[in-house]
Design a protein around this ligand. Sequence first.
Ligand code: C2E
Ligand code: MG
Ligand code: MG
Length: 700
Amino acid sequence: MQHLARRNLIIEALKISEAKYRSLFDSMDQGIFYMDPKGIVTSVNQAGEQLLGLHRDIIIGCKFVDVCSKVIKEDGSIFLCEQQPSMVTLRTGKPVDDVVMGLFNREKQNYIWVVANSVPQFREGEQQPYQVMMTLTDITSQKLVEVKHSLALAIVDNIGEGIFVTDKDKKIISVNSAFTIITGFTQPDVIGKSAGFLQSEKNSLKIDDILSNSNENIGGWQGEIWCRHKCSEDFPSWTTVNEIKDINGAITHYVYVFMDITLLKKAQDRLDFLAYHDPLTKLPNRLLVIDRINHALQNAQREGSQIAVLFLDLDRFKIINDVYGHSVGDSLLKEVAKRIKNLVRKEDTVSRYGGDEFIVLMENIPDARNPAQLAQKLIETTNRPVYIRGRRLQIAISLGISLFPQDGRDTDTLIKNADAAMYRAKKEGRNNYQYYCPDLTTEAFAKMALDRALRQSIDRGDLILHYQPQVCLKTGKLVGVESLVRWKHPTMGLILPLQFIPLAEENGFIVALGEWVLQNACKQLRQWLDEGMQVNKMVVNVSVVQFQRSDFVATIKHALHLNELLPSNLGLEITGSSLMDNSEQTIKAINQLIALGIDVTIDDFGAGCFSLNNLKRVRVKKLKIDSSYVFNVLSNSDDEDITRSVIALAHSLHLQVIAEGIESEAQQKLLVDLGCDEGQGYLYSSPTLPTSAIFRQLME
Ligand code: C2E
Ligand code: MG
Ligand code: MG
């Protein structure tokens, strides 16, 4: 009885132990199979069932190699039954380690990759194992990673884009085949070099700087940059840079992927060009010029500058087209386009707006008259005959001009008004231009006509000199004679210098005019001296523009030499309100002339720009108080104060002072009281011809 109870207890304990063992056995991650010497499975845990996708009732009692019929090796070939680890162990009695194999899972209908180990188990004293334990560890997910990795490697090496990988310091550690094909650099050429090595000097931006300086975590960059090629020209690329980070978020690598976009860009440029240009003349088309005007308006509004829109239309182009055919018409348009293009400034836009219509956009024009000058030149250039296939074609254009801001504040209005002005030009008899606002046309026309006539004045003998005495205020004696130029215009009569000197300064004619005055004034002094007159100084007005010519000093010397005069016979009055704009060159020339012994006076002192500062840099001898102060010296106490101060200032600098515009005894008396040294004005004589009796009177 006691024996039975004890046995039951043992059975109970065994059951508990068996249950413990089973739960341990079943909770293992690895699949475990026990097989008898024939290879028949005697026991399998849950993980083993899952690996094969079969229930243990099916597995147990069968040969492992039968339940698991399709076993493959890593290379995909069939694993023969006898070579499988459990069978080898059974045969040899030795363990087999770490064999990788693929088991077909019935449930999932796919292969599960495992590492198999089989261990023989012996009973004491026996040589043959009574069973084999085989463990299978699931490595499917690692295997997938491996597959993915080798797939990625294959892709990287076969892809058309260049790829290179750098370490965190942007030193290149690996490149793909396309990299070498695109850049010409091989892996050994670039390994260890910085990523910047591959970037062209043409780039204004440096990706590395962007990546390292960025405060935000941008994770990468992409955009267009120029890349270097080992042996040919730099090429444009589309580059993407990605940062690779470790689990702590620290950057470990950068991956650069790029493609050569030379062809793409060329195609894009070509498309852009076609969309925005006229195929015949290659000029910007209507779309582009409208866009440019829009932009120009934005700039002009911001900067407060002026814009002009010139609308050109060929006169009677239709007739040429009809008579000679379209191909002649096309050639003519091409030639006209070329001529227009050659005339405008680089920053201006010339566009073919329609059939025989062109638009010129001028930005940032300093003066509303500038477009008129261009319009005149455009008319002249298009008037020159065009030779096409042996034919001489003479064409003309009509032009309309509208200005921002006065004639319109938006693109449409400006074009519409320039077009309207062009129609008016056509009505006015073609081959001319009109401003949208007619007043400007008149003014511009007048200026241009004056400009043209002035250039002819010397050759036509239309310039003459009048002379005005300068006297010592204390003694009343003649100290010099100032030459003052006049222009005898063929139709307008005598024109005074203030009406044409500024124009001559603007168009550069002042240089020729100044030389003419200098020569003739010197010649006059020579003549007076030869006649035995008591005069020893000719005073000539010189515009500051003349000093900008490097040969100015030589011109003066030459005039003196030619007329056998001494430097002391010549006085120069420097005129021009922008006297000191040109600084160094002017100051140097003035000082050279003074060193020669020529008297230099600053004309119109107090009205021009000549500052006190500059007065210290030039060693002039005399200041001429501007006539505007002298006129009012009696009636306006401010003017009297200014005159007094100028005289005091001049004397403190050891300069003499001459007052111009003295018309009355009273003015003269006050100036003498204020200490003024010399005077000039109608009181003594108005400017007059050299033959005037006043000179005999003063010089004898
Ligand atoms: P400026 O050199 O200050 O010449 C003096 C101007 O005042 C002259 O005018 C003269 O006719 C005028 N004037 C003289 N006395 C009186 C007076 O008592 N009352 C009044 N109301 N006016 C008087 P003009 O001849 O018309 O010359 C004007 C300016 O033209 C000159 O001023 C000078 O700056 C410039 N100019 C004249 N000739 C030449 C030249 O040959 N070359 C250059 N560069 N400039 C010249
Ligand atoms: Mg003068
Ligand atoms: Mg003056």
